[in-house]
Design a protein around this ligand. Structure first.
Ligand code: F6P
Length: 404
């Protein structure tokens, strides 16, 4: 056991569900072990400027009691600042001075791939730190808090949008955050019976998408005794077209990490479907058959796009994320006390705290194409010719259920 007395807590990157649970789990476990924890406010910007702070907030049991673990966002605040990119040559010395000023021996850092890479950098500079995985994008090698909350929010939006879609016989395109991985679009969409899920891992073939939309939508309305039907597509913001071109609005700019802000994929999909509906001679025939057609006013189904943006990662945290976050935060304290640094909590399995080097954990994980074909075989469109699911059957050894 090391002689750690004071730990700073940093949360960083895009906010999401479960972060307050990480803070609470870490602070409560530290309090139980007579170790003090402090909030380093506003991510790495706060860490860089720590030396200029007059005081820091200590997470006493009263103070931590005021943090609602069930709320998303982070009591510690965030910024998207990459320490390596700060021009000041004395930046690491400045950070160390700030930590020394408040007697902070080590850091718990909760963040995604970018924040994790900064953590690896800080560890390399001799600052002890342990990472608790966080990202709504779910694209780390481990589970990360925030993902389950976001997936549930996307699923709820999808269910809700079907009521307005069906009432107006509209096709709904829901564009969701997730950067260049399709996990949240896939899991949220499947969680709510979406008809089509377009993810960055599969360049979208709009001939395939259109044929699926048209068939499912028409069949639904034809089968309805009130001529009603809708069709919903979940579109991941990092989608590419069949030629591999990103469908983004380049005017959206870049964030402080230097990443392109992704927006525009949903709009592109809406325009593409609307164009095809307008040009398809079978569409007016179908509209007339269903008593929908009105010359000039209503000659083709409407396609609407919804972009919830930050609504997918705010509000309440899922109970799963609160559990994982509290366990991860608590585990990070034990790992620091063990003298470990530059590592990520993978999970708490009974009394076992499992970890991995952060450099390995932050390697991007993409959607497994076998899972995609499992759903394609069940009729969900993924913007390519469906592939048959071919399972490999294996008897599982060891513990099956690790969480909850
Ligand atoms: O990485 C998390 C994430 O929510 C992405 O899915 C999204 O592209 C991005 O953050 C948005 O970030 P910001 O809140 O900085 O605009």
């Amino acid at each position: 056991m090391t002689d750690i007395k004071r730990i700073g807590i940093i949360t960083s990157g895009g906010d999401c569900g479960g972060l307050n649970a990480v803070i609470k789990g870490a602070a409560r476990m530290a309090n139980a072990l007579d170790i003090e924890t402090y909030v380093i406010p506003n991510g790495y910007a706060g860490l860089y400027n720590l030396v200029e702070f007059e005081s820091l907030t200590r997470l006493t049991s009263d103070r931590i009691d005021n943090v609602d673990a069930a709320l998303a966002g982070s009591e510690a605040g965030h910024s998207r600042v990459k320490i390596k990119k700060i021009k000041d040559e004395g930046k690491y010395e400045r950070i160390k001075k700030g930590l020394a000023k408040f007697g902070i021996d080590a850091l718990v850092i909760s963040g995604g791939d970018d924040s994790g890479s900064v953590m690896v950098d800080l560890d390399g500079q001799g600052i002890p730190c342990v990472h608790v995985p966080k990202t709504m994008d779910l694209d780390l090698q481990t589970y990360s808090v925030g993902a389950d909350s976001t997936i549930n929010r996307i699923a709820n939006f999808t269910v809700d949008l079907k009521t307005t879609g069906r009432t107006h016989n509209r096709i709904i395109v829901l564009e969701v955050f997730g950067r260049y991985a399709g996990h949240t679009a896939l899991r949220g969409g499947i969680g709510a019976d979406a008809d089509c899920i377009l993810i960055p891992e599969i360049p979208a073939d709009f001939d395939v998408v259109y044929e699926h939309v048209k068939k499912v939508y028409m069949d639904r309305i034809r089968a309805s005794d009130v001529n009603a039907g809708t069709y919903i597509l979940i579109v991941a913001e990092g989608l590419r077209d069949a030629g591999g071109k990103e469908l983004v609005d380049e005017s959206a700019g870049v964030d402080a990490f230097g990443h392109k802000r992704l927006a525009g994929a949903g709009k592109f999909v809406r325009q593409e479907l609307s164009r095809r509906f307008a040009a398809d001679p079978e569409i007016p025939v179908f509209m007339k058959e269903q008593g929908l057609f009105v010359e000039e006013l209503y000659m083709a189904p409407e396609v609407r796009e919804v972009r919830p943006g930050h609504l997918v990662r705010c509000g309440r945290s899922s109970a799963f994320d609160v559990n994982f976050g509290k366990e991860g935060g608590a585990a990070a304290i034990f790992l620091l006390l063990e003298g470990l640094s530059g590592i990520t909590v993978v999970e708490v399995d009974g009394s076992n705290i499992l970890y991995k080097p952060t450099a390995e954990v932050i390697e991007q994980r993409l959607v497994d194409m076998d899972i995609v074909s499992l759903y394609e075989t069940q009729g969900v469109c993924f913007g390519r010719e469906p592939q048959q699911f071919s399972p490999v059957i294996t008897r599982h050894e060891g513990k099956v259920c690790r969480h909850l």
